[in-house]
Design a protein around this ligand. Structure first.
Ligand SMILES: Nc1ncnc2c1ncn2[C@@H]1O[C@H](COP(=O)(O)OP(=O)(O)O)[C@@H](O)[C@H]1O
Ligand SMILES: [Mg+2]
Length: 274
């Protein structure tokens, strides 16, 4: 399978770059190679989804980008600097929003400010603006248990953006939500991205989610994860949920689905010969 690189289609500078990244986990029974020779380049204001089968190393990629895990080989760079630890230019949103139950919504949004040692007072109005952006300004003083799953995940997004990072990393942020909420959140995230224009690395294993949201969809192989496809999605924005039934949307989805069919075949030799 060929990797389709269309890097020069964007003139914007690279913000997050993975260069020949390899990552081995040492386990009691030996070594697990999670990533191998992985190259991804994300430009300023670009929304890139990383799609891949379960266990292929997507969360590992996120941990490297957020500075929690050093690479075994190759390098991960943020604005040209090798990532060596957590960086204020990075914001993260996880699958579970993991809000602190004893803190209000506003206090939860301000958590990164506290851990980065930034002045909380100065960021309060920004946090309120972000709560407004995610349509939760009426809930600033409520507690997480008073919010639905979708609302909690919106708090998670506001928290990821509160310190105004250059890059937002999102690891399957909608995976725990029901199908209807998930679709609403796709629309919400598109709107938030169009207003903030952050570089986004969005991890998912949903093809429609990736096509709907992205400028590019990067597909990883089974473990060890490396890039097997890099697809540009040129559909105009704002994209509507009903666009998902369009011929262009269908063509992109079909191409991505085929990659997964081929991967499943190569993992199961019996099926490959059937
Ligand atoms: N801390 C760890 N120690 C050992 N192996 C790990 C660790 N974290 C992940 N792995 C292994 O690395 C591979 C990739 O994991 P992960 O990045 O979580 O995949 P994904 O997010 O794509 O499902 C998996 O085989 C997983 O079992
Ligand atoms: Mg994962």
């Amino acid at each position: 399978m060929k990797t389709q690189h269309e890097e020069d289609a964007t003139a914007l500078p690279s913000v997050l770059r993975f260069d020949a990244v390899g990552l081995n986990y040492k386990t009691r029974s030996g070594t697990t190679t999670a990533l191998e020779g992985l190259n991804i380049d994300i430009a300023e204001a670009e929304f890139v989804s990383v799609l891949g089968p379960s266990g292929c190393g997507k969360s590992t990629l996120m941990k490297i980008a957020s500075g929690l895990l050093p690479t075994t080989s190759g390098s991960a760079k943020l604005s040209g600097q090798v990532i060596t630890g957590p960086n204020p230019e990075v914001g993260v949103v996880f699958q579970q929003p993991t809000l602190l139950p004893w803190k209000t919504v506003l206090e939860n949004v301000l958590m990164p400010i506290r851990s980065l040692g930034l002045p909380q007072k100065q960021y309060r109005s920004r946090a309120m603006q972000l709560l407004d952006l995610v349509n939760l300004s009426d809930f600033a003083n409520n507690y997480p248990y008073e919010l639905s799953g979708g609302m909690q995940q919106r708090v998670g997004i506001a928290r990821g953006l509160v310190h105004d990072p250059k890059v937002l990393l999102m690891d399957e942020p909608f995976a725990a939500l029901d199908a209807m909420t998930r679709e609403t959140m796709m629309g919400e995230l598109q709107r938030i991205w169009m207003e903030t224009r952050k570089s986004v690395l969005f991890i998912t294993h949903s093809i429609p989610e990736a096509v709907f949201l992205s400028d590019r969809v990067v597909t990883l192989s089974q473990r060890p994860g490396r890039v097997i496809d890099d697809l540009r999605i040129d559909l105009p924005r704002p994209r509507q949920l009903q666009d998902m039934t369009s011929a262009e949307f269908g063509a992109h989805s079909a191409r991505l689905r085929q990659l997964f069919v081929d991967m499943a075949k190569s993992a199961d030799p019996q099926e490959a010969t059937a």
